[in-house]
Design a protein around this ligand. Sequence first.
Ligand SMILES: NC(=O)c1ccc[n+]([C@@H]2O[C@H](COP(=O)([O-])OP(=O)(O)OC[C@H]3O[C@@H](n4cnc5c(N)ncnc54)[C@H](O)[C@@H]3O)[C@@H](O)[C@H]2O)c1
Length: 359
Amino acid sequence: MKEWKIALVPGDGIGPEVVAEGVKVLQAIEKLDDTLSFEFERFPWGCEYYLEHQKMMADDGIEQLENFDAIYLGAVGYPGVPDHISLWDLLLKIRKGFDQYVNLRPVRLLNEELTPIKSKSEKDIDFLVIRENSEGEYAGAGDWLFKGKKEEVVLQTGVFSRKGTERIIRYAFEEARKQQKSLTSISKANALNYSMVFWDEVFEEVGKEYPDVKTESYLVDAASMFFVMQPERFEIVVTSNLFGDILTDIGAAITGGMGLATGANVNPERDYPSMFEPVHGSAPDIAGRGIANPIAAIWSVAQMLEHFGEEEWGSIVVDTIKEIIDEKKVLTPDLGGKHSTSEVGDYFVEKIAGKLHHK
Ligand SMILES: NC(=O)c1ccc[n+]([C@@H]2O[C@H](COP(=O)([O-])OP(=O)(O)OC[C@H]3O[C@@H](n4cnc5c(N)ncnc54)[C@H](O)[C@@H]3O)[C@@H](O)[C@H]2O)c1
């Protein structure tokens, strides 16, 4: 029996609503598979906690999370707390504290009716974005000089270390080799004449060790166009923190919207827990109405199961998501349905129970 300890950080807005459905799915799997068990502990951190305690998480929050096998996060951020505080003092603290330097964001179209792009189908939009997640443009380095004065100057410095750049590019090459897919690097060396020239050089250097992997290199502006016009160009993509953040929102838009996009923050060495979360935010505009789409959060559960080495269960979860979308019977309003968040979760559990799994 394998026992996995999972820390729940549901966060704000629709975060707790969608995490509840992901937990439902894990509990259903636990019932179906007697080789697996999940133990959950919930942490109340987020913006409400901030308003009460003037901090986003407990002072020893990172130590409290350290011994878990995974962290399952909903979303953080809410009107009333500046976004840079909610992001930096919780989400980025966890990503950086646990050296989760790989962000895995699948861009996979599950049903062609979900894409706004004419004449593209499931086979055209199926790739994985590997985003650098620990430094780069989001290193938090900079200064704010002469604040409020006429001479005011703001500096935001990108930090691209040899170690940080090489390890993400190497991870991407390994993944491309394992999956026998092509690897595309996305950068911007014409304008960012230090950081991205360096990125491109490292990509070329590391690539010499992987002659079996076919590579491409695009500028981020051209790549943004190709994401929309010719997404079939991409199989595995590696890019920096900021570019990956923006490009994967395009990825979400071409595959059905924020209610479907998932992301894993991975520490590949497994020295620390990895974190699994839907890409969307706390959606204050629909929070509390029970209509948030839980599928992105359920897809995060699939990524978590893969990380635990339960690839078969990971595929079953994604296949079940696809079935539910194809059926169009039980969906939330963002996908044209009339059902609630928990009705979609319950239906998911019902479907997965129909696939009794023997190991
Ligand atoms: N990872 C995170 O925790 C994260 C990510 C992005 C934004 N945020 C925070 O969330 C707050 C709101 O940000 P935002 O409005 O820019 O982005 P958002 O993702 O919360 O919402 C954007 C739009 O998508 C819709 N949407 C998002 N998730 C949905 C779902 N599961 N089902 C149906 N519709 C969904 C929302 O209703 C909204 O119209 C901000 O405080 C922001 O900082 C947090």
